[in-house]
Write a protein that binds this ligand. Sequence first.
Ligand code: MG
Length: 378
Amino acid sequence: MIDPVSDALAPYAARADQSRGRRHPESAPNSRTEFQRDRDRIIHSTAFRRLEYKTQVFVNHEGDLFRTRLTHSLEVAQIGRAIARTLRLNEDLVEAIALAHDLGHTPFGHAGQDALHECMKPYGGFEHNLQSLRVVDELEERYPAFNGLNLTFEAREGILKHCSIINARTLGDVGERFLKRQQPSIEAQVANLADEIAYNNHDVDDGLRSGLLHLAQLEEVPLFARHAAGVRSEYPGLAERRAINETVRRMINALVVDLTDETKRRLVEAAPRSVDDARAAGLLAAFSEPVRREADRMKSFLHDNLYRHYRVMRMTAKARRIVADLFGAFLAEPKLLPLDHQLRAATVETPRLIADYVAGMTDRYAISEHHRLFGIDS
Ligand code: MG
């Protein structure tokens, strides 16, 4: 189908009608573009619905207002699309990548992923980016003719943000860029930075809301302090919650504006004439140097004060134990696995199918599975 927005796209944007295609050939959609079809398949997937019950920073049951992987992914999509439209990139592709980027995340956020990686070390390791690709390529069971969602190359390329060289060699087309040290499409680069803008800002908001972070600490972080001062001078006496919301809103806006300005500047300089030109041109989507430094400062602040807060660390320690216990129990006795997972042993190595099962769990499913396996009273 003709892409109705293709005339508005810049020459360096990805075009749905020029996609490198899907792993399993399918006839073209008739009422939407290939990238819209990708987006729609992601939204209808099982893994997407599970994001609602997976930890971003706070475990799902800790409070109703904290971000989950689902609301995080929606915020990434919103920020990514806004940037894409300004830069005349393919919004549908950015949206598809953003909505799918965390599909491979384990329960309990990074703690879960680290624990699963530890367990999987003798069997090829566990990388959440690679797992996101595995979800859309292999694990979803929705179509009669193939495993996975059969997404376009462009969406798969964007989902695979990072990957070790050893794994890249086994991945065919989407692994190539890691070996050639090339970038993905600018749409994928934008989705990646939209992820960073989203979590840096919503973690400030959630951190303050939870009481784990305090305003006085954030005043030490230049990015926050500058915008908070702006809000105070414009609205003296504003209630704290509104002042925080307005500060976070301004920080997001400032990061988005800087990113689009710097990316435009690089695009003018590199003048890519096609999406392949863009892939070969080095990093095109980027913050300016000073803003990159400010964003990094915020990141390390959050790392030290929120992700390493003792209350988060306690949850993290429990999460690691749950994941390690589950993996260990299933590996010692694969007959404990639900039957449909046991049946996969015909085609998948046992440790890998256990990792797929554990990674697919929501926080609360992992907790109750742990109770079922280890609870003496149940
Ligand atoms: Mg993310």
